[in-house]
Design a protein around this ligand. Structure first.
Ligand code: DX5
Ligand code: ZN
Length: 252
């Protein structure tokens, strides 16, 4: 979408309805750097650089080699990072089977928000309440192939919904544009039902996609490769956040 042309438009064959966001909403847009693409030998220093560049939430990807075909970090790494970074929210994205078995350990390690996949939870309501019982904010994630309506019964108890815009498991994948529809649908449902959950997007968010993501209505932006993959981490974070905040038409 260019400039102030705010009518419906078609992008990659998808009809999109741009929304004008307020200046207040724009300042609420937050960048959550995903350390998956960081140099793990310098994890603390690189995370701090991303925070210095404007990241206000640290996104931590937990993979078990079963729910997704990759292995990453567990509670000890989260606890170590917590010692280096005492204040900002830790957004623990659990891409694991049987997440109930690990919620307590991640809470103990310093998680602030814990998100679980709808696809991994047979008793999703119970799991979300379990997270809340450990004084963490509960959140739910949907894979690209999972429709928004599967979340109807939990939207009133989650801190945020995480819309995966790649198939989970790896960084630096191509953004799946169909996720924009899902973000827009969540905005509409939130307004219609008077709810307050936030909308996060994860996967392929970079300078070429962040504008569409923000205009669709996401306010928590996860970015791994775009922040840590190349160049200066601080500058990458700063430019991405600036692009996100400037991407949309604003009214006072
Ligand atoms: C993928 C992870 C993402 C990943 C995103 O399964 O959940 O958080 O780090 O990486 P980019 O931003 O590189 O697509
Ligand atoms: Zn993630």
């Amino acid at each position: 979408m260019a400039g102030l042309n705010l009518g419906p438009y078609i992008h990659d064959g998808i009809l999109l309805l741009p929304r004008i966001i307020t200046r207040r909403e724009a300042t609420l847009i937050e960048l959550a750097p995903s350390v998956l693409s960081a140099n793990f030998a310098q994890l603390g220093a690189e995370a701090l650089a991303a925070i210095d560049g404007g990241g206000t939430v640290l996104h931590l990807d937990v993979m078990d080699g079963h729910f997704v075909p990759n292995l990453t970090i567990g509670p000890p790494v989260v606890a170590s990072l917590r010692k280096t970074i005492p204040k900002i929210p830790f957004d623990c994205h659990l891409m694991i089977e049987n997440p109930d078995d690990y919620v307590g350990a991640f809470a103990e390690a310093g998680a602030t928000w814990i998100s679980v996949h709808q696809e991994a939870c047979v008793h999703l309501n119970r799991t979300l309440h379990l997270i809340a019982s450990h004084n963490c904010e509960p959140a739910v994630v949907i894979n690209p192939a999972t429709p928004v309506h599967t979340l109807d019964e939990v939207l009133d108890i989650v801190h945020h919904v995480l819309v995966m815009s790649v198939n989970p498991g790896f960084g630096a994948q191509k953004f799946i544009r169909g996720s924009l529809h899902k973000i827009e649908a969540l905005v509409q449902i939130r307004e219609r039902r008077g709810l307050s959950f936030r909308i996060e997007v994860d996967g392929g968010v970079d300078l070429t996609t962040v504008g569409d993501v923000v205009r669709a209505g996401a306010d928590l932006l996860v970015a791994g490769n775009a922040v840590f993959g190349h160049g200066d981490i601080r500058e990458n974070a700063r430019k991405l956040l600036q692009s996100a905040r400037g991407a949309t038409a604003m009214r006072a």
